[in-house]
Design a protein around this ligand. Structure first.
Ligand code: MLT
Length: 322
C-alpha cells in the first residue's frame, strides 16, 4: 500500500478513535491519599465532568514523595486521553524543591486548563493550649525544641505552607511527612502532631465542628464561607504578606492528540460551570477559575511563572526543609 494511503488510513483511524473518545473509562490520577483536599477536588470534578465528557471517570490515588509519584505515573502513561493528572501548586513547588524529578514539569504534560484556587489554613491539635495566633506564637517560642508540623511530603502544598510559616516566625520545627493531609489530619486530631497548614477543602469541616484549633487563613482577606469567616487572616495575626492559595489544574501526558486535549478542555470548562460543583467547592472556601487560565496555553504559562515565583521563596526557606 503506497505510503500516502497509509498516512490517510492512519489519519482516518485516529479521527474515528477521537469521534468515539472516550469509549472506555478515563482515569484521573490524584497524587495524594484518598479523603484529602486534592482527592476532594478530583471527586467533585469527576462528578461534574461525567455529563460533558461522557463515559466513566475513575479516581486513582497514587500517593507518595510529595505528589511526585503520581505525577510521574501520568508523565509516563500512554498519551491517549485515558490517564489524566489532577494536581496543584505542588507541581510547581516540587520543581523548585527537588534536585531531580522523574518527569519534566513543562515538557512532559499537556496542560488541559485550571480548576480552582483553595486557601490555606493554619490549624492546631485540639489540646494545644493556644486559642489564637498571639497565644500560639508564645507557646511556640516556649516549646520550640519539640514542635511537630505535619505535611503531605516534600513538595506538597502543606509542606510549602509549613516552610513559609517556619520562615515567617523564625522557628524551625520537626516536619512529619504523610502520604496526604487526610492521614495527617487523623494524627492532628489525635494529638500526635501539633500543627498543620492545610487547604480549606480539608479543614473547613473540622473547624466548623470545633475539632481543631484554627489560627489563621493564609489569604489577603477573610474568607466568606460561614465556618471560616471568623478565622483571622495571616496579616491580622502579624504574619505580614503571607498569602498562599493552592491552585489545581488538569493534565495529560505529552503527545495526547490535540483533538483529545481540546475535547477535555471543553468538558472541563463546562464542568466548572456546573451549579452543584460550584456549591460544593465554594462551601469549602474554594474559588473556581473563570479567567484566561482555563485555556491550556495560559495554564502552562501560569505554572511556568509559579515555578519562577516559588523558587526563591523555597530557597529562602530551604533551611527548614526536612
Ligand atoms: C498537599 O498538602 O499538598 C495536599 O493537598 C495533600 C492532600 O491532598 O492530601
Amino acid at each position: 500500500m503506497p505510503r500516502s494511503w497509509i498516512a490517510v488510513a492512519t489519519a482516518l483511524a485516529s479521527m474515528s478513535a477521537l469521534a468515539d473518545y472516550p469509549d472506555k473509562p478515563v482515569t484521573i490520577v490524584v497524587p495524594f491519599s484518598a479523603g484529602g483536599p486534592t482527592d476532594k477536588v478530583a471527586r467533585d470534578l469527576a462528578e461534574a465532568l461525567r455529563k460533558p465528557l461522557g463515559g466513566t471517570l475513575i479516581i486513582d490515588n497514587v500517593a507518595g514523595v510529595g505528589g511526585t509519584l503520581g505525577a510521574a505515573k501520568v508523565a509516563k502513561a500512554s498519551p491517549d486521553g485515558y490517564t489524566l493528572l489532577l494536581h496543584h501548586i505542588g507541581l510547581a513547588s516540587a520543581t523548585a524543591l527537588y534536585r531531580s524529578l522523574p518527569y519534566k514539569t513543562l515538557e512532559d504534560f499537556e496542560y488541559l486548563g485550571m480548576i480552582n484556587e483553595v486557601p490555606m489554613t493554619l490549624i492546631g491539635r485540639p489540646t494545644l493550649p493556644a486559642s489564637n495566633h498571639a497565644e500560639l506564637a508564645k507557646w511556640l517560642e516556649a516549646n520550640k525544641a519539640g514542635i511537630n508540623l505535619a505535611h503531605a511530603g516534600i513538595g506538597s502544598a502543606s509542606h510549602l505552607c509549613g516552610l513559609m510559616y517556619q520562615s515567617a516566625i523564625k522557628i524551625d520545627m520537626t516536619t512529619v511527612p504523610y502520604k496526604g493531609t487526610a492521614p495527617a489530619m487523623n494524627d492532628l486530631l489525635g494529638g500526635q502532631v501539633d500543627l498543620m497548614c492545610d487547604q480549606t477543602t480539608n479543614t473547613t469541616g473540622q473547624i466548623e465542628a470545633g475539632k481543631v484549633k484554627a489560627y489563621a487563613v493564609m489569604s489577603p482577606k477573610r474568607l466568606t464561607a460561614p465556618a471560616l469567616a471568623k478565622v483571622p487572616t495571616a496579616d491580622e495575626s502579624g504574619l505580614k504578606g503571607f498569602n498562599l492559595s493552592v491552585w489545581h489544574g488538569l493534565y495529560a501526558p505529552k503527545g495526547t492528540p490535540k483533538a483529545v486535549v481540546e475535547k477535555l478542555n471543553a468538558a472541563l470548562r463546562s464542568a466548572l460551570k456546573d451549579a452543584d460543583f460550584h456549591k460544593r467547592q465554594e462551601a469549602l472556601g474554594a474559588v473556581i477559575i473563570a479567567d484566561a487560565r482555563l485555556a491550556p496555553a495560559e495554564h502552562k504559562k501560569f505554572v511556568e511563572a509559579e515555578i519562577a515565583k516559588l523558587t526563591p521563596v523555597i530557597k529562602a526557606a530551604g533551611q527548614y526543609a526536612d
